[in-house]
Design a protein around this ligand. Structure first.
Ligand SMILES: Cc1ncc(C[n+]2csc(CCOP(=O)(O)OP(=O)(O)O)c2C)c(N)n1
Ligand SMILES: CC(=O)[C@@H](O)[C@H](O)COP(=O)(O)O
Ligand SMILES: [Mg+2]
Length: 623
């Protein structure tokens, strides 16, 4: 740790002699492993980018030169080298370091990321701004091979490649992995590029970008290849100067190559090859397992949990998908690169022909599902709530407008915890319920999740089931594939005075709060169509109404109830509880929910405070 302790910012790094950089990389890697094993986090991507991070900060004049990290899950070394080493023990915890770059965390975090494939667009914007302002700085996008599969990355390449005089460098960090093995034609192309690397290197000889030994080899190969037609790489066809592939763990290749690239003008493309999990044998062998970890003992590695804990909603979905697929051969499952996270590993194994990992391509995933539906297939798009934001126009224009039969399994609805605001599924209720033809459900327990998935599947139009990250309440699961009546809620507890209209994950804490309040609790089940009849009845029988949801208050399920009351001409005091109009950072999910008053205690407190005051009435206007 001797060297690492001397680095307080990249200026210290740049003062080190080159000979010290490899020992520094060793220290940094050991530190990463130790630190992440204590906090949890995205380990394997970080182990793979140690040398690249050192080289970029060593060669470029950061923060004057801008580095934009795609996804940003690989930025722990960057954080450590930019003055945040002492905060690593707080990683992804409440008020601690974010697991992603954040502009308000450091001037070195030039752009907030976490959703993938934004880096080239953002860096191009920065490079263009520098050009317009007459500034000489460089903008560098570091993007992984998985993230490169998204349409957005190609939109940016398409734009950047014709900008001859911007100082943009795209570094493709190719580790031949997404979270799971990478998919699609781009992946095949990159593999081909790798196997033909010497020809690609030979093509760059004239530009003298590659360092001595690599250049010598390239020259020899150029001799050998004389007379052969060496096709331009795809990236050259896009207008970039393509350099590589080079070994992304070899500082002796990386640093001189970057130094040479730094002198060049126009859009540059450097292809580096790294290994996910590099330097930690267990992660090298199982990069998927070590992509995102909890705490673990680095000597023993990650161990399977000894006692099976409560089943997660993700597992409920994964099991349901296999059961439904067994009963209906029209079912196809679609994931935009989230096989493990969405619980589709078993489905993939059992139904490889009906499983589609489309890459990080949420827009495409939705429209691909729409296309399948037009031909009578029964697509189930499994997608995190936060990532469906990417596919919104496709949801509206391609699915709902044509009333196509696509089922959306929306995982990670509500607060997600350690990933923070970027990954929180706070908006799906609001953005789904305003779309005509949509059916939107929120299960209050695991079994309801299963029955709602069946309901969504059997409904002959677009339907979504939104469920939270992690385990439910331990409800017993029935095996049969049954449905619930569309648009019907359920009174779970009969009380008086106050009626709590709870949605999804908020039913359980509402029931708890209701014990003390003596309140009625309804599991509303449907955000859309809302059970108007139940709302009417509850309004009639109670003095006060409360809505509770794990979603944004604005435009959410509470708004749906308010609109219904207004439409029915019912004037009642209505308290709407949910997520406030602010982004909620990372932290323990239970703690975060409590901090916004969405635990039993908070719900009880809000209800008592609001209705003890008595005079605060939300009167909803009709129109
Ligand atoms: C828009 C979007 N979809 C999905 C994800 C989830 N995700 C995070 S990292 C990742 C894999 C990225 O692969 P790559 O860019 O190659 O980086 P690596 O993990 O290999 O370092 C995925 C699918 C995301 N962050 N953003
Ligand atoms: C960086 C990223 O987007 C994913 O790795 C994400 O962190 C996964 O989240 P879950 O752990 O909820 O699957
Ligand atoms: Mg990758």
């Amino acid at each position: 740790m001797k060297l690492l302790e001397t680095i307080n910012d990249p200026a210290d790094l740049r003062n080190l002699p080159r000979t010290q950089l490899t020992p520094l990389a060793h220290e940094l890697r050991a530190y990463l492993l130790d630190s992440v094993s204590k906090t949890g986090g995205h380990l394997s991507s970080n182990l793979g980018t140690v040398e690249l991070t050192i080289a970029l900060h060593y060669v470029f004049n950061t923060p004057e030169d801008r580095i934009v990290w795609d996804v940003g899950h690989q930025t722990y070394s960057h954080k450590i080298l930019t003055g945040r080493r002492h905060r690593m023990p707080t990683l992804r915890q409440h008020q601690g370091l974010s697991g992603f770059p954040k502009r308000d965390e450091s001037e070195y975090d030039t752009f907030g990321t976490a959703h993938s494939s934004t880096s080239i667009s953002a860096a191009l914007g920065m490079a263009q701004a520098a050009k317009l302002k007459g500034e000489k700085r460089h903008a560098i996008a570091v993007i992984g091979d998985g993230s490169m599969t998204a349409g957005m990355a190609f939109e940016a390449l398409n734009n950047a490649g014709v900008e001859d005089d911007v100082n943009l460098l795209v570094v493709l960090n190719d580790n031949d992995m997404s979270i799971s093995p990478p998919v699609g034609a781009l992946n095949r192309y990159l593999a081909r590029l790798m196997s033909g690397q010497f020809y690609a290197a030979a093509k760059n000889v004239g530009k003298s970008v590659l360092p001595g030994p690599v250049l010598e080899l390239a020259k020899k190969l150029e001799e050998h290849a004389k007379g052969m037609v060496v096709p331009a790489t795809m990236f050259e066809e896009f207008g970039f100067n393509y350099i590589g592939p080079i070994d992304g763990h070899d500082l002796e290749s990386l640093i001189p190559t970057l130094e040479n690239i730094r002198k060049l003008k126009g859009p540059q493309f450097l292809h580096v090859v790294t290994r996910k999990g590099q330097g930690y044998k267990l992660a090298e062998a199982e990069p998927i397992l070590y992509h995102g970890t909890g705490k673990f003992n680095p000597v023993e590695g990650i161990k399977p949990a000894s006692a099976p804990s409560k089943i997660t909603y993700t597992e409920v979905f994964g099991n349901w998908l296999c059961d439904m697929a067994a009963s209906d051969s029209r079912l196809v499952g679609i994931t935009p690169a989230m096989r493990e996270g969405s619980g589709m590993v078993r489905f993939h194994q059992q139904y490889p022909q009906r499983y589609f990992d489309v890459g990080i391509a949420e827009q495409h995933a939705v429209t691909f599902g729409a296309g399948l539906a037009t031909e009578g297939m029964k697509p189930v798009v499994a997608i995190y709530s936060t990532f469906l934001q990417r596919g919104y126009d496709q949801l509206v224009h391609d699915v709902a407008l044509q009333n196509l039969d696509v089922t959306f399994a929306l995982d990670r609805a509500g607060l997600v915890g350690a990933d923070g605001a970027t990954h929180a599924g706070n908006y799906d209720i609001a953005y789904l319920r305003c779309i005509p033809n949509m059916v939107v459900m929120a299960p209050s327990d695991e079994n309801e999740c299963r029955t709602m998935l069946t309901t969504a599947y059997r409904y002959p139009g677009p339907a979504a089931v939104r469920y939270p990250r992690g385990a439910g309440i331990g409800a017993p699961l029935q095996e049969e594939l049954t449905t619930v009546e569309i648009g019907k809620g359920l009174v779970k507890r009969q009380g008086k005075g106050v009626a709590i209209l709870a949605f999804g994950s908020m039913v359980a804490p509402s029931l708890k709060a209701a014990e003390e309040l003596g309140a009625t609790v309804a599991d509303m089940r449907f955000v859309k169509p809302l059970d108007v009849e139940l709302v009417r009845r509850l309004a009639k029988e109670h003095e006060h109404l409360v809505t509770v949801e794990e979603g944004c208050i604005m435009g959410g399920a509470g708004s749906a109830v308010a609109e219904t009351l207004a439409a029915e001409g019912i004037i009642k005091p209505l308290l709407m509880l949910g997520l406030p109009d602010k982004f909620i950072d990372h932290g323990d999910p239970a703690l975060l929910l409590a901090s916004v008053g969405l635990d039993a205690k908070g719900i009880g407190k809000s209800v008592r405070e609001r209705f003890n005051l008595g005079e605060t009435r939300l009167v909803v206007n009709n129109g």
